[in-house]
Write a protein that binds this ligand. Structure first.
Ligand SMILES: [Zn+2]
Length: 482
């Protein structure tokens, strides 16, 4: 009930927002990037094409076998820059492939994404009735049940839905549906980063611009470059990622390991702040989680990640401050003299990660086991696969001790957010195998941090639901917000 009423409120809230018009309310490039799905499962080709088409034939680009896209802007004297700029092509949105993504804006120019979903409701006669109205209609007929369901246009009630009788209430009703807006992951993480890089390329700002493949799936693209093209990566003094939430951070540590010097971060903040409003200034922050620039910390001296104004990334509430991006951040980035920034950190000196583990940072700090954990959760068509190995691996990873514990938890939370937990009234998907079902229940225990009693209650609820009624129950419960 709780979730459903939240959804209703959200739907109204979204209906009130203005639909963003491409090229009018928002730059066409940014609009195209945000409306194009690019979860790693669906591929990143469409986004790469948007970028290369936008920059036009005069811009040379390269791709590698992983799908990283490289665009090199030389300095005026035709020599290469020492700066690598970084963003990622993929997003975490693995659902609703092919469904139109509607871009909305609030009055304050915060951007959201919604999709249209059918919402079910019940009518009695010509009246739309909610759960309480239906109960009161039943009481008028001297009936009062714990549960009601609709079958073949008739409302039945029961106190024991599994084994008890269903009693016809004498009320006839129809389940109907209407299209409603539903919030969806926007993917400003990291389409905003991609957009910033395109605009910088357009401005002719020298640098090697790397649009990374698969950041959200354990930084596959950047790890590949760090491993296979180490000599290439050695050309750079700086790796600047545009992939940080909020307004103010220049990240100096990622997952607890130092990624750039304070001198560098302070100097960059000072340069950017010349163009930023007094209430929102950049400053060094040690609280970075992980992004592609972390893959290069043993090769490139100054690696950072900069706030680009998005928030609630990886959730359906994701949003970003469009005005901040266009009015403040882009002009501030355009006037930074990147190569003048100090180079102080020695990338060969390894620093300690979380809890003082003698941190070999390696491939970003994940062992093969972590890798399995990170990429093991793949959501194909809404079904989570390979979960048992990954759950076990995660447990082992956490048990193994302090090493990168923070990044493991970040990743764990991120994955959990995307898992459909088991709900007896929704049941399982037809395509789920027994093993998958067991794993989904296990994940539900984990992600909802259930106590033993809560687990027992879940079993009891599952026991009380008649599987035959699940579908009807579903539509009924959805319409009634249970
Ligand atoms: Zn990101």
């Amino acid at each position: 009930m709780y979730l459903h009423s939240a959804f209703k409120k959200e739907s109204e809230e979204l209906e009130q927002m203005k639909r963003v018009e491409r090229g009018k309310d928002m730059d066409s490039l940014l609009y195209d990037l945000l409306t194009t799905h690019s979860h790693i499962n669906f591929g990143e080709d469409a986004v790469r094409k948007i970028i290369t088409d936008y920059l036009g034939a005069k811009t040379k680009f390269e791709t590698d076998s992983k799908g990283n896209l490289y665009i090199n802007v030389l300095k005026k004297n035709k020599t290469p820059s020492k700066v690598m700029f970084s963003s990622h092509l993929d997003t975490v949105d693995s659902r609703n492939k092919g469904v139109e993504r509607i871009i909305l804006k609030t009055e304050d120019d915060w951007i959201r994404c919604a999709i249209v979903k059918e919402e079910k409701y019940l009518t009695v006669g010509k009246e739309k009735v909610n759960k309480f109205q239906l109960e009161s209609l039943a009481r008028k007929r001297d009936m009062d049940f714990d549960t009601y369901t609709v079958r073949d246009g008739k409302v039945y009630g029961s106190d024991e839905p599994l084994f008890g009788n269903w009693v016809y209430t004498g009320i006839d009703a129809k389940i109907k549906s209407e299209p409603k807006l539903r919030a969806n992951i926007l993917g400003a993480d990291d389409k905003v980063g991609c957009y910033i890089m395109c605009r910088m390329i357009e401005q002719g700002i020298p640098g090697m611009y790397v649009f990374h493949h698969g950041e959200e799936s354990s930084c596959q693209g950047s790890k590949y470059i760090a491993r296979e093209y180490k000599e290439f990566a050695k050309n750079f003094n700086y790796c600047i990622a545009f992939d940080r939430a909020g307004y103010n951070d220049i990240i100096t540590k990622q997952s607890g390991s130092v990624c750039c010097s304070n001198e560098f971060a302070t100097a960059l903040a000072e340069q950017m702040n010349r163009r930023l409003p007094p209430q929102e200034k950049m400053k060094p922050s040690p609280h970075g989680a992980y992004t592609d620039s972390a893959s290069y910390t043993e090769i490139i001296p100054e690696c950072t990640n900069i706030s680009v104004g998005y928030k609630s990334q990886h959730t359906d509430d994701e949003t970003f401050d469009h005005e901040w991006l266009t009015v403040h951040l882009l002009p501030a980035l355009f006037q930074v003299d990147w190569e003048s920034l100090p180079v102080s950190r020695d990338p060969s000196v390894r620093t300690h990660g979380y809890l003082g583990y003698g941190g070999y940072y390696g491939n970003y700090g994940y062992s093969a086991e972590d890798e399995e954990y990170g990429s093991g959760f793949t959501n194909k068509g809404g079904i989570w696969r390979k979960t048992s190995a990954t759950t076990a691996s995660m447990t082992r990873t956490v048990k193994r001790g302090a090493k990168n514990i923070r990044s493991c938890f970040d990743r764990y939370k991120h994955v959990m957010k995307n898992v459909d937990t088991f709900d007896p009234e929704t049941g399982f998907d037809d395509t789920e195998t027994e093993e998958m079902k067991i794993n989904r229940i296990l994940l539900t225990f984990l992600s909802e941090e259930m106590s033993e009693t809560e687990k027992a209650e879940l079993v009891l609820r599952a026991y009380e639901v008649n599987p035959d009624d699940v579908e009807e129950f579903n539509s009924y419960h959805r319409s009634w917000g249970l």
